[in-house]
Ligand binder design. Structure first.
Ligand SMILES: Nc1nc2c(ncn2[C@@H]2O[C@H](COP(=O)(O)OP(=O)(O)O)[C@@H](O)[C@H]2O)c(=O)[nH]1
Ligand SMILES: [Mg+2]
Length: 346
């Protein structure tokens, strides 16, 4: 039993599942903290009956806010690291020892659960959107990230303290990986069980995927703006005065900025491509994070220009399938244009 790690669980209406998660986790760590995020059921009662400490948030404010409060609490209590888990039983506490084993060898790295080895268990549309998201998140986090959307993770709190988290809801976990990676932190992966149960989800595909995508695009814009005009500058993030964070300080400006970058993403990538080709004459080794991939900015440019086609093909495929024909070309299209650019690289 490790004493420098505690398990933190953001929970919302999870009374049916929270007990098993808490009891399972308590086999491996001595302390579990659950944030009950304005649940309308008895999540708090169930969690504390199972042995967790409960942090009550009066009004539902989303996963990101709950995670931030849980990090704060663990920091105040002197823990060195936390393991975050979902409350709905999609993460098996029996996987915790695997995290601890890697942590013992690499105590300064973030460790993320990956479900990508069990592709067939993940709903197809979700899997495909995860592949596109990880293509871009990996680019801005300066390393290939196998699974960017799994909430089963180990975070050293020293890293959390060095980040300024500005987003809410489901975006926060993406923001966390991007910023940590873009600060030079190594992110490791551990295979965890893939559980898609009938417990339902609070994740709203259209709004939540849009928010995550808009954040990634807006972050990439700033990162590439900086990298384009500076030499050997692959880790652009720092919690102090980072341009993207300064924009995020004002909610309205932030939303406007995200809309603007989303709508100009296609032409902007072409401008970045031009900078990538021309500027090294004056600014050697600009776009350092992309150069190390050895594939130029063209792959990123092509992938981005293809985004509208992904949408078009997905609609087309659905229509043809609805007419009774068995077709599947979206998977191959995504595999072709949003592949792992780090394969074979050190
Ligand atoms: N505190 C808090 N946690 C949430 C909220 N929504 C989701 N969660 C947590 O995030 C986990 C994943 O959310 P879920 O809705 O299951 O999304 P999915 O598993 O990605 O489909 C849940 O098990 C909860 O632990 C929320 O509004 N507040
Ligand atoms: Mg879930």
């Amino acid at each position: 039993m490790t004493s420098d790690i505690c398990v933190v669980i953001p929970a919302y209406n999870a009374s049916a599942t929270i007990k098993d998660v808490v009891r399972g986790a308590l086999k491996y760590v001595s302390r579990v903290i659950v944030a009950d995020d304005g649940s309308t059921d008895d999540t708090a009662g169930a969690a504390s009956e199972a042995g967790a400490e409960v942090l009550v948030i009066e009004k539902n404010k989303g996963k990101g806010n709950a995670l931030k409060l849980l990090f704060q609490k663990a920091i105040e209590e002197g823990y060195r690291s936390v393991i975050s888990m979902d409350a709905d039983g999609q993460h098996d506490p029996e996987d915790i020892p695997q995290f601890i084993a890697i942590y013992t060898r690499h105590p300064d790295d973030i460790i993320v659960g990956s479900r990508m080895h069990e592709k067939e268990k993940i709903p197809r549309a979700r899997y495909n959107s995860m592949c596109i998201a990880r293509f871009y998140i990996s680019l801005v986090a300066n390393q290939f990230l196998e699974d960017t959307q799994c909430g089963f993770r180990l975070y050293p709190l020293l890293i959390i303290k060095r980040l300024r988290l500005m987003t809410e809801g489901y975006v926060t976990e993406t923001e966390l990986l991007i910023k940590a990676g873009d600060m030079g932190i190594h992110i490791r992966f551990v295979k965890v069980k893939t559980i898609y149960s009938e417990h339902g989800s609070h994740f709203k595909p259209i709004t939540d995927i849009t928010s995550i995508t808009a954040y990634i695009i807006s972050y990439a814009h700033i990162k590439w703006l900086i990298e384009g005009v500076t030499s050997n500058n692959q880790n652009t993030y720092s919690a102090k005065n980072y341009v993207r964070d300064r924009i995020g300080e004002n909610r309205k400006i932030d939303v406007l900025f995200q809309i603007l970058t989303a709508f100009t993403a296609l032409p902007a990538t072409i401008i970045f491509l031009a900078e990538y080709i021309i500027l090294p004459l004056f600014i050697p080794h600009n776009f350092a994070s992309i150069r190390k991939l050895g594939c130029g900015f063209s792959k990123v440019t092509i992938a981005t220009q293809m985004l509208p086609f992904v949408l078009l093909f997905a609609i087309l495929e659905k229509t043809i399938q609805a007419a009774g024909f068995q077709v599947n070309f979206v998977d191959r299209f995504i595999g072709r244009f949003y592949s792992n650019l780090w394969k074979g690289k050190k």
